[in-house]
Design a protein around this ligand. Structure first.
Ligand code: PLP
Length: 387
């Protein structure tokens, strides 16, 4: 096994040393004023990063737990929804809805492209009985950022609520829940928040609360009312992953200290630099529009086995990147640049990528790639979402 351990995956992401330290402290009991203070403060800081005044609740689960909570709490069997998707994660909304017996109108774009807000507008006009529109901020499987701001403008004029999977996008791509008219936003601890997997979060607007009251779907662990009741006292209805909440509190403090805007700008710059490095290598980006700052998805060159590339980088060089999911398996690879992933991590990642590509007989020039990477970082380019 190589000694090096560099994680360049879009979740889990590396942890800052300050967060790692929290995780080695003796375990805390959660029903104490001290724990409530931490939960209350962490929730308040979460509202700052969601940019919302809405309620936010913490569930002990991976991100999908909060996705499920944002379906079962607002709908009744037979209700109609729109699931807009252009990749593996967006498809999860449609899958989940069919599991619960919700009628689903699917609005799609090809992989590598963004959802067209006009298509959502059209679907809403044709289906005025739609209760909720489900979309994704960053489609992690393709590296595309969907235009939530434009979609929010459309949905907020209707009776439907807008639910956004911001699991990977939050803290990497710009996201403004209230200003954009988003009713429910969902995220997880293991991506931009720089905490291990195990916590998920979802916010609930007043408009969404009205749908909760009408919802007849059966739920127990995910019942919003239980979370609301407990949160009145900065508490959780069941044993929270308290260690992770303490770590979350630390990570949010770090982000707050740096400033959300600066944090987003740094991520945007690393993303932009990584894209430039890939292009300099003669590689093609998979995302064709609205490229996200979460992860760069790259087309595996003809004649190269994408699975082998990922495996050699990980097992022989200690650099873990992500392969493609589903039908993109072997055809793309993904390099993340969110959270605590640093310039140095990415530099080593690009060097190793070049070495392995050359070994697999794809000629590329590492010096060119690193020069392109550094040129962007030196140019002080500002926050950039699309290319
Ligand atoms: C990671 C991710 C999820 C959540 O997956 P979990 O494995 O349940 O944490 C959901 N949506 C997107 C866009 C993601 O990137």
């Amino acid at each position: 096994m190589p000694k090096r351990h560099i994680l360049l995956t879009p979740g889990p992401t590396p942890l800052p040393p300050e967060v790692l330290k929290c995780l080695s402290e003796p375990i805390a009991y959660h029903r104490t004023p001290q724990a409530r203070k931490i939960i209350g403060e962490a929730t308040a800081m979460l509202k700052e990063v969601f940019q919302t005044a809405a309620d936010i609740f913490t569930i002990t689960s991976s991100g999908t737990g909060a996705m499920e909570a944002s379906m079962v709490n607002f709908l009744s069997p037979g209700d109609k929804i729109i699931a807009a998707h252009a990749g593996k994660f967006g498809e999860r909304w449609a899958k989940m809805a069919s599991h619960y017996g919700f009628q689903t109108v699917e609005v799609t774009s090809p992989y590598g492209f963004a959802i067209k807000p006009d298509a959502i507008e059209k679907a809403l006009k044709e289906n005025p009985d739609v209760k909720a529109v489900y979309v994704t901020l960053c489609e992690t499987s393709t590296g595309v950022n969907h235009d939530i701001q434009a979609i929010g403008k459309i949905v907020s004029k209707t009776k439907a609520i807008l639910v956004v999977d911001a699991v990977s996008g939050l803290l990497a791509d710009v996201f403004e829940q209230d200003a954009w008219g988003v009713d429910v936003a969902v995220t997880g601890s293991q991506k931009g928040l720089m905490v291990p997997p195990g916590l998920s979060f979802f916010s609930v607007s007043k408009k969404a609360w009205a749908l909760y009251e009408a919802s007849k779907t059966k739920k127990f662990y995910l019942d919003l009312k239980l979370y609301q009741k407990a949160m009145a006292d900065s508490d959780t209805p069941f044993t929270p992953a308290i260690t992770l909440i303490i770590a979350l509190h630390k990570a949010l403090e770090m982000i707050k200290k740096k400033g959300l805007k600066k944090h987003l700008e740094e991520t945007a710059q690393l993303a932009c630099a990584t894209r430039a490095a890939m292009t300099a290598l003669g590689l093609q980006l998979f995302a064709r529009e609205r490229v996200s700052n979460v992860t760069t998805a790259v087309v595996v060159p003809d004649g190269i086995d994408g699975g082998k590339l990922v495996k050699i980088m990980r097992d022989e060089h200690g650099v873990t990147i992500a392969g493609g999911q589903g039908e993109m398996k072997g055809k793309i690879f993904r390099i993340a640049h969110l959270g605590h992933i640093t310039e140095n991590d990415l530099t080593v990642g690009i060097e190793v990528l070049c070495e392995v590509l050359n070994q697999l007989k794809f000629n590329c020039d590492v010096k060119k790639a690193i020069a392109a990477f550094r040129a962007v970082l030196g140019s002080k380019q500002r926050l950039k979402i699309g290319v």
